[in-house]
Design a protein around this ligand. Structure first.
Ligand code: NAG
Length: 470
């Protein structure tokens, strides 16, 4: 039993919910060979040339000895403690004959180009390359994200195309994190700030986090066109060919995909980051799904989502699965994983606050159905689910006593303890074993013990051990 409790505690203790971190990739560092036309750094016999009309901010990490250095009329070098330039004196045997080495144009990197960003749930994950996949709209920073420009790097980013200032939770530049707009505005007015963020529009730090654990909308709908034109530009202005005849169109994505879209309806118990970590740890980390990319976010539901009134605009949770398979097997790994996720929702969905799930898929196979849709209608009322639910009650109580983490609000408890706030999801299914008697409505959180007893008396549960120490 201890072991089960431990496993369950891992499932529920995902730590404090953090924002998503988005890191800008391109840099204008002197030491980055790809910033030079010749794809190498200038050395002692070379002439290093910065075009006179370009405004650049360039970070210099180390000491460079050069024959000549041509500077732009406006610009700056940010020297690290060991960075600098010196006139070449001694011969540099590794440097060849000497040449003119030109710094590239660095003024065409757009903020709204998804290819310029990496995302992760923590800064550690960013460092370790544990990156999140997301639909195109959410690859660029969303309004509650923390944006990071790596320390010890210079950069130049064009925000023009956004058409207005871009709200963010926070922004880090050269190792300093800004959460206060007045401070950030003062920084933008410095010569470094002007070189890094030229142009009329700028990021705006709001220090506002997503307050809703069920997730927040990204807020990039208004710039979708610019995002997609950046995406398509790289692909020759058309969406890449896909192997399925009837590709799916995920919300917030620029092109059709082969794979899976699962749309979830949820209750107030749903916790987006907790559920993300469940999907990652339970499914994506399996070797057989290592090639499947998973995107999870709250989106404004479209009328095509089954059971949603086209006029209502309740957001839904969107899961997108895409695999690396091609041809006939395109999307098949994603489909397999989607089916596993749906089965998991059938068994445990209620525990996670999922009230309804709908899956669509498109694979490259021509024989079996090209696209399909199944619904996890029987999320509740499955005896197996109850048995698991009871162990979860035990685990939850155990954790409560350990005072270790917040309680997951269990679907099982919700049916008996949340009469004061009738949850709409309670109406979306028929739970034959739920008896909405008023006495049970009085049960509050610390009555968990009774809940399990009560439930235990209502069904003959072969696994439930009434002597369990709760
Ligand atoms: C070098 O610069 C390019 C373009 O800005 C960028 O994509 C790349 O990640 C940089 N490489 C390193 C090692 O910083």
């Amino acid at each position: 039993m201890k072991r089960i409790l431990l496993l369950l505690s891992l499932a529920f203790c995902s730590g404090p919910v953090d924002a998503i971190y988005k890191r800008w990739i391109p840099n204008t560092n002197f030491e980055n060979a790809s910033n030079w036309h010749e794809q190498r750094l200038p050395c002692a016999r070379d002439n290093a040339v910065f075009a006179s009309n370009k405004k650049v901010s360039v970070f210099v990490q180390s000491l460079h000895s050069l024959t000549d250095l041509y500077l732009p009329l406006d610009g700056e070098f940010i020297l690290s403690s060991s960075g600098g330039f010196m006139a070449a004196s001694a011969e540099d045997p590794g440097c060849g004959e000497g040449a003119v080495i030109n710094f590239r144009d660095t003024d065409n990197y757009q903020w709204l180009d998804p290819a310029h960003w990496q995302a992760a749930v923590s800064t550690d994950d960013l460092e370790n390359g544990i990156l999140l996949f997301s639909v195109d709209a959410e690859r660029v920073p969303c309004r509650y994200d923390d944006v990071i420009f790596s320390p010890e790097t210079s950069f130049q980013v064009q925000v023009q195309e956004a058409g207005s200032d871009i709200p963010l939770s926070s922004l880090s530049v050269l190792g300093k994190k800004f959460t206060n707009q007045a401070e950030f505005a003062a920084y933008l007015a410095t010569s470094t700030g002007r070189l890094q963020f030229p142009g009329k529009f700028q990021p705006q730090v709001t220090n506002t986090r997503c307050q809703d654990k069920t997730g927040c909308l990204c807020g990039n709908e208004g710039v979708m066109q610019e995002i997609c034109s950046a995406v398509l530009q790289k692909a020759g202005n058309t969406c890449p060919q896909v192997s399925c005849t009837d590709p799916l169109k995920p919300h917030g994505h620029c092109c059709g995909i082969c794979g899976v879209i699962i749309s979830l309806e949820y209750s107030s118990e749903f916790d987006l980051e907790k559920y993300r970590s469940r999907l990652i740890h339970t499914f994506q980390n399996l070797a057989k799904y290592s090639g499947v990319k998973l995107a999870l976010s709250k989106v404004q539901s479209s009328p095509s989502v089954k059971g949603v009134d086209p006029l209502s605009s309740d957001p839904t949770i969107q899961i997108v699965l895409i695999d690396e398979k091609e041809g006939q097997s395109a999307g098949t790994d994603a489909l397999q994983m989607g089916q596993d996720i749906m089965a998991d929702i059938d068994d445990h969905g209620q525990t996670f606050g999922i009230t309804k799930a709908d899956m669509k898929f498109a694979t490259g196979t021509t024989t079996s159905p090209l696209t399909g849709s199944i619904s996890a209608g029987g999320i509740t009322a499955i005896i197996l689910g109850i048995i698991v639910g009871l162990s979860v009650v035990g685990a939850a109580y155990f954790l409560h006593r350990m005072d270790r983490c917040r309680f997951p609000d269990l679907g099982l408890l919700r049916t008996t303890s949340r009469l004061e706030e009738p949850a709409p999801e309670d109406q979306t299914f028929d739970n034959p074993i739920y008896d909405p008697s008023p006495e049970s409505g009085e049960l509050q959180r610390d009555a968990r013990k009774e809940v399990s007893h009560q439930t235990g008396m209502q069904f003959a549960n072969p696994v439930f051990d009434a002597s369990i120490d709760v």
